[in-house]
Design a protein around this ligand. Structure first.
Ligand code: NAP
Length: 285
């Protein structure tokens, strides 16, 4: 039984990026720079942005936080996005979601230069992913892929079932897993309209749960020896952080599993940092 340790993997990736940054600087390039736009004071968003900035700083990057009050207009935000698009010192930037209801997240995302879209949310990056071209991929699915690779878990020819079809997790995860010469897996996506969900899940060699329902996946939904990837970040009735997988129940059936916390969530900010250093490396080309 393998417990896939996201924390240890993240520490290893950060170390590799820090070395890469030093190599860039020794070669006369500038220090990579991530900027983040944060609107309002939502506790969750504050924490996510703080963790992203800390991950970048740990890798030796420069980081800038640009804050706006909740009542900022869409035009002001678009002007800020345009400034960052044109700022040669900024290699990549993110606009932390969700945004207040009066601002179109779609318009803001589409205004970002896709070459600086280190979150991988811009339709150009999404489209490039779907046809197998180099692009920034949403950090969570890419982090999962990285975990599978680093734990030498084969995906080629395996049946991967993904629970959830969101634009930031389920769909890009499926794109990575079916990609020729990358995931090479057979992929099934299940969602809230799927019939026989339990049976579909039981066919999985690799089961990826990304639905946002505490302890949804139980042992009776898992094939003996399956790899279980838990993307969920939920609070249970006692207010404790838990995943979409009932860890205690599924543990004896699985051959590998990601814990929550300390699994998938631990690697995602590191993937963002990886994207920033890639962008910085390309900046002088
Ligand atoms: P989302 O946008 O709410 O999408 C949830 C998906 O799950 C939808 O496709 C939905 O189906 C499906 N679903 C919901 N209830 C279901 C059910 N009972 N049976 C089958 N399918 C069901 O969520 P998300 O943004 O992808 O996030 C999913 C979870 O991952 C959340 O817990 C979130 O906090 C977590 N997350 C973690 C990370 C990380 O880094 N660890 C990053 C992002 C998200 P429909 O499409 O039919 O509605």
């Amino acid at each position: 039984m393998i417990i896939i340790d996201g924390k240890a993997t993240a520490a290893q990736i950060k170390q590799e990026i820090a070395t890469e940054v030093e190599t860039l600087i020794s070669a006369g390039k500038k220090r990579p720079h991530l900027a983040a736009i944060l609107v309002g004071h939502d506790g969750g968003s504050e924490t996510y942005v703080k963790n992203k900035m800390l991950a970048c700083e740990a890798c030796g990057f420069k980081s800038s936080l640009i804050r706006f009050d909740t009542d900022v207009t869409e035009d002001t935000l678009l002007e800020q996005v345009a400034r960052l698009n044109n700022d040669d010192d900024v290699d990549g930037f993110i606009v932390q979601l969700p945004l207040p209801k009066h601002i179109s997240e779609q318009r803001i995302t589409e205004a970002i230069d896709f070459r600086k879209d280190v979150d991988g949310f811009h339709p150009i990056n999404v489209g490039r992913l779907s046809i197998g071209l180099p692009c920034y991929v949403s950090a969570t699915p890419k982090g999962i892929f990285e975990l599978l690779r680093r734990y030498n878990i084969p995906t080629s020819g395996k049946h991967c079932v993904i629970i959830g079809r969101s634009n930031i997790v389920g769909k890009p995860m499926a794109s990575l897993m079916i990609q020729k010469e990358l995931g090479d897996a057979t992929v099934t996506i299940v969602h809230s309209h799927t019939q026989n969900l339990k049976e579909e899940c039981r066919r999985a060699d690799i089961l990826i749960a990304a639905l946002g329902r505490p302890n949804f996946v139980t042992a009776d939904m898992v094939k003996e020896g399956a790899i279980i990837i838990d993307v969920g970040m939920n609070r249970n009735a006692e207010g404790k952080l838990c995943g979409d997988v009932d860890y205690e129940d599924v543990f004896p059936v699985a051959s590998a599993i990601t814990p929550v916390p300390g699994g998938v969530g631990a690697v995602t900010t590191t993937i963002l940092a990886k994207h920033v250093v890639e962008a910085a490396d390309k900046a002088d080309e």
